[in-house]
Design a protein around this ligand. Structure first.
Ligand code: C2G
Length: 150
């Protein structure tokens, strides 16, 4: 059984994440996702919209994902690969050549899959901000006054 491992925050889950998970699973039989904890996100300088537990439940609902484990620091990857007997670590191409993953080639295969263009959690947040009404208040239409005589 070929075991795959990937890492990430997976906040505001989008089709770029799903495509990555789908292609990662297609490389083997069992996909483990090491999900960044809220504390680790602080270290990464990321503030996720959804907390760890919510992001974990969303990932566990995806058919390609077999197990979700916490990613708590940069240093855990070698022990993760050994503990879960990982054959391939898969990441998006934005991580290609980074010192955060290439060294794992001494312990398992490392595969970088093309990042999905045109979507990212940051883009989603920025696009939603742009759609807010100028006065910043969500206009809730007030019901028309039914009784014309009052
Ligand atoms: N991804 C992708 N296409 C996108 C956005 C993300 O293929 N449009 C991939 C990323 O390359 C990554 C995974 O989806 O492999 C998760 O992305 P993020 O949640 O942004 O993860 P990141 O912040 O890169 O965290 O230790 C490594 C870090 O935890 C990785």
């Amino acid at each position: 059984m070929k075991r795959i491992l990937t890492y990430g925050t997976f906040d505001l889950l989008h089709y770029g994440h799903i495509r990555l998970l789908k292609r990662a699973k297609a490389l083997g039989d069992y996909l483990i996702v090491a999900l960044s904890t809220d504390e680790f996100n602080e270290i990464k300088g990321k503030k996720a919209y959804h907390n760890y537990e919510t992001r974990k439940q969303m990932l566990e609902a995806i058919r390609y994902v077999d197990l979700v484990i916490p990613e708590q620091n940069w240093e855990q990857k070698i022990s993760d690969v050994k503990k879960y007997e990982v054959d391939i670590v898969v990441m998006g191409s934005d991580w290609a050549g980074s010192d955060k993953f290439d060294y794992l080639q001494d312990y398992c295969e490392v595969v970088y899959l093309d990042r999905t263009e045109g979507v990212s959690t940051t883009k989603i947040k920025n696009d939603l901000k742009l759609q807010e009404p100028k006065n910043g208040i969500n206009q809730i239409p007030t019901p028309k006054n039914e009784n014309k005589n009052s």
